[in-house]
Design a binder for this molecule. Structure first.
Ligand code: NOJ
Length: 753
């Protein structure tokens, strides 16, 4: 046998060692496997594990990435990419995983992320809509379906839930969150995390959650996306942080930083929020991911002088993964080599990423999320669509129903569907629904035709969503004149909501309101389906249109869900997760505001000079058009006088609040019974109301239920003046009702802690 010269053998051995490192033995515990890997990694391979890039299917931000197509493959093979996001397809992703595992030196599998915000292929209502259900089990189930579908398609991480509190509906991303309340928002955040992650992250039918955007992004000045936020630490801790804490307590494996700067320091390089609060106080050990280029954007913020400094500041602060900035990739090895950045900091971040991959089970089977058979079976299955239908119905809020205009009578013979969202599939899925193909969404017209058995249904668009053309008005007026009932489908398009979609005017866009006014002149009864990703200004509609339903963006089953409500097959029970203003000038507007020294609650038009120096507008009342927690039903509920188990409690005792609620109407219905408190005097002034408990209950006609809530000192806690968290003894009010405005109040005292 011919012998190889020794040098060739040595070279071969060297090459072998360099190109085909054997991953650690599976039987070793993950901690050991991670340390083994770290010991083998070059600096470049380490930063590669912190570099997250978008795939080639669609972009959700500006791209600077050099690694397109083939080059992209090279980057995987060279270990320059930890993961790819916003791609899908079991087969395609399986191929990429194979490339990472078989063709990169260390064989580290890829994270496959995606913005699965309200469903994958089966699209659920936008998160704001789902939140209007106040149904935590249903919301959790929706996230579970999203995980089932997306995991089959190769995805192992979703950039959700978005838990930003929003008090200003000009902000387009209002659509993605749970509204204005930290308590409701916290419960919904936890429900979504549980739905995505299930009991075990390594279960191939679950995906990792990424709670976002940390933090105070929803408080962008003037509701303009990406804008500055400046707020007290009290407000931050009392209102904006709780949903993040709740999501992390529920186990969210990762967290995304926000675009905004907070009190002068960009969130992504903010030691106070990322180190002090997140890591030290909350003990979060999971992975922190930057948002799209928000490491390099620290330069534009005026906080970093160049991308190298931005990389240093972000990594120091604890942002582990660089999404789409390539700042870590380009600068961190140099920063470590020059001694500017401690290698230990880099190693910690790499450890956290590898941990995530272990927790997802990727090291044991990198293909577990790419299951073509399951993908075929799971995606848009009949069961999943049924869940989406149920969720969509639960999300609808009945805002007005004068003279019981709804539900429609089965004997209605002629119906005109009018408006730009009437015969529209494209906008039913709403913002952040890249994976859901619009042709599968059921339009309002389709749903209405299905439910309007035997009735004649005509359609006239009237106008489009934005333009000023009134050319279609005449046709729409004729259609209305020939109908017994007009159903108007109005509101916002999908792209008017979401990222970069702030609006200065939150009325109906284009000439839609003019169209309604024309149709109104016909004297025909009108029902308005108003779709939006925010609280809209609906003052004229409220004054003139007898029946109004908030239909958000309802997703795949939009038309069926709306029609089911229109005909009373389902009795709407949604409650607003945010206040609807009378005028955009009232914003920011939220129910849990504070008092002023000169509060004014009367009608703005009342004459009287004594009221001039009051906190009010001269032209609009202070109150919202529709308050937080508000929503009607086809039945009515009567609240008895609430009672308390005692008039005072100590910190160790529990107060029981009891109220009798009766369905006083003729049809079954559900009611969300809400409990608010007010702490009358605090070391920092307290809000006029704060939601503390609620129960969503079903009632048969005539049924009376005794509803019981318990409260203790923990429910009364807040960030006190000395920056400690806890309750303060003193006088309180407890309020019970069916929305934040119509409540009955009782006093009680917390005597001691
Ligand atoms: C930017 C958005 O702010 C964020 O929410 C999203 O997850 C990423 N882009 C990825 O698409």
């Amino acid at each position: 046998m011919k012998r190889f010269p020794l040098s060739v053998f040595a070279l071969g051995l060297l090459l072998f060692t360099f190109t085909s490192f054997t991953p650690p033995q599976k039987k070793d515990p993950p901690e050991k496997r991670i340390e083994d890997l770290l010991a083998k990694m070059t600096l470049e391979e380490k930063v590669g594990q912190l570099n997250f890039v978008v795939g080639d299917l669609f972009n959700t931000g500006p791209t600077v990435r050099t690694a397109q197509s083939d080059k992209f493959n090279e980057a995987i093979k060279n270990g320059q990419i930890t993961g790819i996001f916003n791609i899908h397809g079991a087969e395609y992703i399986g191929k990429l995983q194979r490339m990472a595992v078989k063709e990169s030196r260390l064989g580290i599998p890829l994270l496959i992320g995606a913005d699965i915000i309200h469903g994958f292929k089966t699209i659920f209502p936008i998160p704001l809509g789902e939140s209007a259900s106040w149904d935590l089990a249903a919301i959790e189930n929706g996230a579970r379906v999203a995980a089932l579908e997306s995991s089959a398609g190769g995805i192992n991480l979703t950039f959700a839930p978005m838990v930003d509190i929003t008090r200003d509906s000009r902000w387009g991303r209002t659509a993605e969150g749970a509204g204005e309340d930290p308590y409701l928002g916290s419960l919904i955040a936890a429900a979504r995390v549980k739905g995505f992650q299930g009991k075990d992250l390594a279960d191939p039918r679950t995906i990792a959650a990424c709670v976002k955007h940390f933090v105070a992004y929803g408080a962008a000045e003037a509701g303009r996306d990406y804008n500055t936020t400046d707020m007290s630490e009290y407000l931050l801790r009392d209102v904006y942080l709780p949903p993040f804490k709740a999501a992390l307590d529920a186990g969210s494996a990762t967290l995304m930083t926000s675009f905004n700067e907070l009190n002068g320091v960009p969130a992504t390089g903010n030691m106070f929020i990322l180190q002090q609060i997140l890591r030290k106080e909350w003990g979060f050990t999971g992975t922190v991911i930057s948002d799209w280029q928000n490491i390099t954007e620290m330069v534009q913020h005026g906080y970093s002088k160049d991308h190298a400094q931005a990389a240093e500041q972000a990594l120091q602060a604890g942002t582990d993964v660089d999404m789409m900035g390539e700042a870590y990739l380009k600068f961190v090895p140099g920063l470590v080599r020059s001694g500017k950045l401690d290698q230990k900091i880099l190693d910690e971040s790499v450890r956290r990423v590898l941990w995530l991959k272990f927790k997802l089970g990727l090291f044991d089977n990198p293909y577990r999320y790419s299951d073509s058979k399951r993908e075929k079976r799971e995606i848009r299955s009949r069961e999943n669509l049924a869940v989406a239908f149920d969720m969509a119905r639960k999300s609808i809020v009945l805002l007005k129903n004068q003279g019981n205009a709804l539900p429609l009578s089965a004997s209605t013979k002629k119906i005109a569907v009018i408006g730009p969202l009437g015969n529209n599939k494209a906008d039913m899925n709403g913002t952040w629904s890249f994976f859901g193909e619009e042709q599968h969404a059921v339009s309002f017209l389709e749903g209405i035709r299905k439910y309007a058995k035997g009735a004649q249904v005509t359609f006239a668009q009237g106008c489009d969503l934005y333009s000023n053309s009134t050319a279609g008005f005449a046709e729409a007026v004729t259609a209305a004149r020939n109908a017994d009932v007009v159903i108007m489908a109005l509101g916002e398009s999908a792209v008017m909501n979401g990222e970069g979609a702030s609006r200065a005017d939150i009325g109906l866009p284009g000439v839609q309101l003019d169209l309604v006014k024309e149709i109104h002149k016909t004297g025909k009864p009108i029902v308005a389906l108003v779709s939006s990703g925010r609280a809209l200004e609906l003052t004229w509609l409220d004054q003139h249109i007898p029946a109004i339903l908030a239909t958000w963006s309802l997703g795949s089953e939009a038309g069926n869900a709306a029609a089911s409500v229109l005909w009373g097959e389902y009795n709407p029970a949604g409650k607003l997760p945010l206040s609807f203003p009378r005028h955009v000038g009232q914003l920011p507007l939220y129910y849990n505001h504070k008092n002023t020294g000169r509060m004014y609650e009367g009608d703005h038009s009342e004459p009287g000079s004594e009221r001039v120096y009051k906190s009010r507008y001269r032209d609009v009342p202070n109150t919202p058009l529709y308050p937080f927690g508000y929503g009607l039903s086809y039945t009515t509920f009567a609240y008895g006088a609430p009672t308390l188990s005692k008039s005072s409690i100590t910190g160790a005792e529990t107060l029981t609040v009891t109220v009798e609620v009766t369905n006083t109407g003729k049809v079954p219905g559900e009611e969300v019974v809400q409990l608010y408190i007010q702490d009358l005097v605090g070391s920092t002034a307290r809000p006029v109301k704060q939601l503390k408990k609620f129960q969503k209950l079903a009632f048969a006609p005539g049924e009376k239920k005794t509803v019981t809530f318990t409260l203790n000192a923990a429910d009364l806690a807040f960030w006190r003046q000395d920056m400690t968290f806890g309750a303060e003894p003193g006088d309180f009010k407890v309020m019970v009702g069916g929305n934040s405005r119509d409540v009955q109040a009782l006093p009680f005292t917390l005597t001691s802690l």
